[in-house]
Structures are given as C-alpha cells and as structure tokens.
Design a protein around this ligand. Structure first.
Ligand SMILES: Cc1ncc(COP(=O)(O)O)c(C=O)c1O
Length: 400
C-alpha cells in the first residue's frame, strides 16, 4: 500500500507552539534550526490515532509494556533484520543515551576503558568518563581520494584500533549506522570488527537507533549482534544492542527505547545499574511504539523517499558551495567539511548561525572544522536554509 504523506512533509506545523528543543534554541531570532536530530514532520497517522485513543482514556498512571509488545518487537526483528531474538532478552528503557551509560557501568569496572570511533555522537565520548571509566577514541579513516572528489567517506582503521587497545579495555561502543558520518559499515568491516572483539574478549554495545533510516529502503540492516552470533553463542553473549523508534518514527519526546541483551548475567548487571536511577518508559511511548511496529511501514517508506530527495537537494547545494560532504546512506544528517572556510570565518557553525542557519558543531563530535546538517525539515524551510548558506559562501568566496 502506498500512501501520500507529502503534505505533512512539505509543510509541517509550527513546533514552537509546543517548545520543540530544536526551535526553542533560536526563539525570537531569524535562524533556521537544522541541528538536533529530530524531524520537523508530524508522526505517522497510525501513531497519532493510537496515542489520541490513549489520551482519551484519561488515565496516565504507571504502565507496564503492553503484553503483546515484546512479541511485536520479536516479529519486527525477524522480518526487518533477519534476527531471531527472544522476548526475555528485551530490557525496556526511557532513552538510548542512558542505555549507553548503563552499558558502560555493566561492562567496565572503575577506571577501565571503552573504545569508540570518532567523529561520533557526543554521548559516545562522554559516557565512560561520566561513569568513572575512560574513553579510548579511535578516529575513523577518511577516504582521501573520495574527499578530493568532494565526497566524505570513512572506514574503520584496524591498525589504529589495535594501537588504541589497552589491557584494561572491556567494551566497544559502536554507532551502527554511524552518526554523524551517515555511513553503513561494510560486511567485511563488521566481520573484521567482530573478530577483533572476539580476539580481545570485548563486550560490544551497538547503538542501532538509525538502522531503520537506511535511505535506499532496500539494503537490509545487519545487527552487530547477529554478526557475533554467527561466530558463537558465547560471542553473542557479549553483546548489548540498543534501539528505539525515536529517530525513524520521530518519538524522541516520548522516551521509549530498549536494550537487547541475550546473556542473563549481563542483563542482570545492566538492570542493576538501572535500578532506582532511571525512570521507566513513558506510557504513551509504549502505545506509540506498538502502533509504529504494527502499522508504521507505509509511512516509513514514504519518509525514506522524502529524505532521499532532501539528501540529494542538500548534496547539490553543497557541491555548488565546494564543501566536501557525506552522501549519507543512512540517517537524515549530512556531515560537512568546512575546514576551507575556517581561515576566513573562524568557527563555521557559529558563522553559519550568523548567516541564519543553525547547524551542529563538529567539535562536539570530536571533529572541529566540520558541521552537521539535519535535512528532515519542511520544503520551504530547507530551501531557505540552503539559499542562505549558498549566498553566504558565495559572498565569502568572492571576497565580500
Ligand atoms: C546514535 C544515537 N544514539 C542515541 C541518540 C539519542 O537517543 P535518546 O534521545 O533516546 O537518548 C541519538 C540522537 O541523536 C543518536 O544519534
């Protein structure tokens, strides 16, 4: 079934009315916000209907996950990722970032270290220090030939990974697909990474929240735990997979996510770390998730088509600005190399903000000189943001 959702993608409602974080940052200023990773689009009608029915019921007390939700999630994993999980492996969470922090606590002792690839979504860098552990940052390798052609592509540098490993390293924090660079790791990379983890007896926490945003709509997502499981059940037992509907179904404000932890001992440690510190998922989050799993697919396919269009529009504009950038295979985030502007403007994120476009500063991801642009915006908003950026860069390049 193909449905047309284009009107809501073209002209989403004003989000300032409900204090959207993305828009609040620039309230009262003429700056178009293309920074934090949520979408300006309203959620799928099936989700709106389910949440509205729950709201009408009028009781918002403590709520357990609906009885059939774990079964729905198991079926979704089998259908979408070819991975047979068990209901008992699921730990419900009220967010992903807290899951990254809990994984660090469950897998690393005090002072021990966790590896992660950079540039990366900032909590991957901060989780270990926040929990009294250490981060070992392993830069992804930039493909120089592609970069010269204006294309930002990254891959895992296994020599760097080997060199970074310490005797006290217990955990790899993996962002898969990778935010901010928007790439999918190749099957060869995933296999080699699994071998590395097996060889060094590492736990892996794989955050797969962007996996339903593989933009071509056909390339299957391969959960990292499935790659480990192909080696042995002992290796599967060292995995924590984090996921949730926050990105793909735009439910970040409803606080609903989960961890999949096949090993009972690790699950117990993860749950113990959560105890009395972490709130349960929001009641509307469970309701929205169930609707998304059962009836969200036509909307998701329409979304992917819109995001592909936006990605290509952004890419054409950045080509015209001579700014190397990613052509993301997944996510609605374009990663842009602004280093050629830095000599003239200083901090590029701040400069673009002065030109009327709010982007994320690459420095927060471990890559000063880069910026990240969120293209999940209404058509007129995106057109105007790109027009402002282009005009400003042309003026700068012309010496104005
Ligand atoms: C890889 C990744 N993990 C987690 C999050 C945030 O998840 P949550 O809001 O559920 O903590 C984001 C948000 O951008 C993300 O990109």
């Amino acid at each position: 079934m193909t449905r047309d959702f284009s009107a809501s993608f073209d002209s989403p409602a004003d989000r300032l009315e409900w204090s959207a974080t993305k828009w609040e940052k620039y309230r009262g200023r003429d700056v178009i916000p293309l920074w934090i990773a949520d979408m300006d689009y309203p959620v799928a009608p099936a989700i709106q209907r389910a949440v509205a029915a729950h709201v009408r019921h009028g009781n918002y007390g403590y709520m357990s996950a609906p009885r059939e939700l774990a079964g729905d999630l198991v079926a979704y994993h089998a259908e979408h990722y070819g991975w047979q999980i068990e209901p008992g492996w699921i730990v419900w969470l009220s967010g992903l970032v807290l899951g990254i922090n809990l994984a660090v606590k469950a897998c690393c002792g005090d002072g021990e270290s966790a590896l992660t690839f950079s540039p990366v979504y900032p909590p991957f860098l901060s989780a270990a220090p926040t929990q009294g552990r250490r981060t070992l940052e392993v830069p992804l390798a930039l493909d120089e030939a592609a970069w010269r052609a204006g294309d930002l592509r990254y891959h895992i540098d296994f020599a760097r990974l080997d060199a970074a490993l310490l005797p006290d390293t217990r955990l790899l924090l993996l962002c898969h697909p990778h935010n901010p660079v928007g790439s999918l790791f190749s099957r060869d990379e995933l296999d080699a990474l699994a071998d590395f983890c097996v060889c060094h007896d590492l736990y892996v926490c794989s955050d797969e929240v962007h996996c339903d945003l593989i933009l071509d709509g056909t390339t299957p997502h391969v959960p990292f735990a499935r790659v480990l499981a192909a080696r042995s059940s002992t290796h599967l037992a060292r995995s924590i997979t984090l996921h949730g509907p926050g990105k793909v179904f735009n439910l970040a404000g409803l606080g609903i996510a989960w961890a999949i932890i096949p090993d009972a001992g690790l699950r117990k440690r993860f749950r113990a770390a959560k105890q009395r510190l972490v709130p349960e998922a929001c009641c509307f989050g469970y309701t929205a998730l169930q609707a998304a799993l059962r009836a969200g697919e036509p909307w998701r396919q329409a979304l992917l088509a819109r995001l592909r269009r936006n990605r290509d529009q952004v890419s054409a504009a950045l080509d015209a600005m001579h700014l190397p950038h990613s052509h993301p295979a997944a996510t609605y985030l374009t990663w842009i190399d602004t280093r050629r502007l830095v000599g003239k403007v200083g901090n590029a994120a701040q400069w673009f903000e002065q030109q009327g476009v709010g982007l994320s500063d690459g420095a927060d991801f471990g890559a000063p000189g880069f910026v990240r642009l969120n293209f999940a915006a209404g058509s007129a908003v995106l057109d105007e943001a790109l027009r402002r950026m282009q005009e400003a860069v042309y003026r700068l390049d012309a010496g104005g």
